[in-house]
Design a protein around this ligand. Structure first.
Ligand SMILES: [Zn+2]
Length: 433
């Protein structure tokens, strides 16, 4: 066990004990939801299930799924299981395609969120000795607060630098001797690039040695580039507003799968078409239930994220189940000329090339009647036009080998593609519908 375990008793609990705790919590949350949320009471009545029918963990399959539209239809407070008077914090997703997903937390919910975030941060190397910069916009989004609460719980010195102002972020990082950083991987990549352009060498002039990044899937290639630029170890965090925000799972020092906190969440993997459970190590859609939430418990939530559950234990000593890094949200899937493509497949090819930087963009457009794909990608360092041309060819061949479709690849100088701090917009779809 090389990394620090925040809550040894719970994180390394023997499986049989953990499963029985999970069942106890599941039974509790089903009763709580049934007694207090008309949506769940009606849903369970419709299929003839009473909370007392949940006798084993597999009995969860008797409960109907909850989907994103259920949260939108019950906007803003229809799924609350407690009075608003008992809640003390509200967060919401952006709501660009409908009512924002809105969640309210009781003190207990905030305590649980802080605890699971503290576990994730400790697993990524954060200790009370660290100076932890949190360059995420503080606001309705869950991200910044989750990291902030977890960081405080660990006892680190939290620097709430918020979003934007990249040069200032780097200045603070240098002045305060920041050792740990959070956010999204694409922004960390951008910070690294900006540092170099300011004449700072992140691996020498800055003290950041660990990072925990979430909100977007990122490939092992991008991870490696970040590690090299900063000389830091990088961990991946998963979560979603509907569950609590970030904090559902993180990868340990083995960097092989993310541990999901089974005393607070229950993970199932289903076939997205049939809704039936799939086997261990079989890919499917993640369905997660919150089993300790007071304010807004969510049962069997269809996340639309694709992953699979690992078989067997982990060298790190934690006993909680591991799932594979998210392959992609089914929402992220691009269908072009009848082929299903995940942007992660393209990222994998780009980041596998040493001459490539950390920033890229995929654009879909229509030419005549044909859908086309263009990939803009930055180099790590400035190279000649002839070298760019050769690199573009290599990348186009590499991408075609993976997705069977040959895109146009444009190789650009570092810093040419516009960047944001929240989440890099990797795909732009300009096709004629
Ligand atoms: Zn582990």
């Amino acid at each position: 066990m090389s990394d620090f375990i925040f809550n040894k008793k719970l994180e390394t609990m023997p499986r049989p004990e953990l499963k029985s705790l999970q069942l106890e919590n599941l039974r509790g949350v089903v009763k709580h939801a049934y007694d207090n949320v008309p949506f769940y009471r009606n849903g369970l009545d419709k299929v003839g299930v009473k909370p007392s029918d949940i006798k084993t963990l597999d009995d969860i399959q008797k409960i109907p799924f909850t989907v994103k539209n259920d949260l939108r239809d019950n906007y803003p407070f229809g799924l609350m299981a407690t009075d608003l008077e008992n809640t003390i914090e509200l967060h919401a997703s952006s709501g660009t395609t409908g009512n924002p997903i809105t969640v309210c937390y009781t003190q207990h919910d905030l305590d649980v969120w802080s605890e699971v975030m503290a576990r994730c941060l400790s697993m990524s190397g954060l200790t009370s000795k660290d100076v932890f910069q949190n360059p995420i916009p503080y606001g309705l989004f869950t991200g910044a607060f989750g990291f902030h609460y977890g960081g405080m719980k660990v006892g680190a010195l939290v620097v709430p630098s918020g979003g934007g102002q990249t040069e200032r972020q780097l200045q603070l990082m240098k002045d305060y001797g920041v050792t740990f950083v959070s956010g999204v991987a694409s922004y960390a990549a951008y910070l690294g690039q900006k540092a170099l352009s300011m004449g700072l060498e992140p691996d020498k002039d800055l003290k950041v040695r660990n990072g925990l990044f979430g909100a977007e899937m990122f490939s092992s290639g991008l991870k490696k580039k970040l590690c090299d630029t900063w000389n830091m170890d990088v961990h991946d965090i998963y979560g979603l507003t509907e569950m609590c925000g970030p904090g559902v799972s993180t990868d340990c020092d083995q960097h092989d799968g993310l541990h999901l906190w089974e005393d607070h969440f229950l993970l199932e993997i289903i076939d997205p078409k049939t809704g039936e459970p799939v086997g261990v190590e079989e890919e499917g859609e993640m369905v997660i239930s919150t089993i300790t939430k007071e304010g807004m418990p969510i049962l069997r939530y269809r996340t639309r994220d694709l992953s699979f559950i690992y078989d067997g234990g982990c060298e790190c000593g934690r006993t909680h189940v591991k799932h594979a890094p998210i392959k992609g949200r089914s929402d992220d899937m691009i269908i072009i000329r009848g082929t299903n493509i995940y942007p992660s497949q393209i990222e994998h090819v780009l980041m596998g090339n040493d001459a490539v930087g950390t920033n890229y963009k995929i654009t879909l457009y229509t030419e005549g009647i044909m859908d086309q794909m263009k990939v803009d990608v930055e180099t790590k360092k400035i190279i000649s036009e002839a070298e760019k041309e050769t690199l573009a060819k290599t990348l186009a061949i590499g991408i075609k080998a993976v997705i069977t479709l040959g895109p146009t690849v444009n190789v650009l100088d570092p810093g040419s593609i516009e960047q944001t701090t929240i989440k890099a917009k990797r795909v732009e779809d300009n096709r004629k519908k």
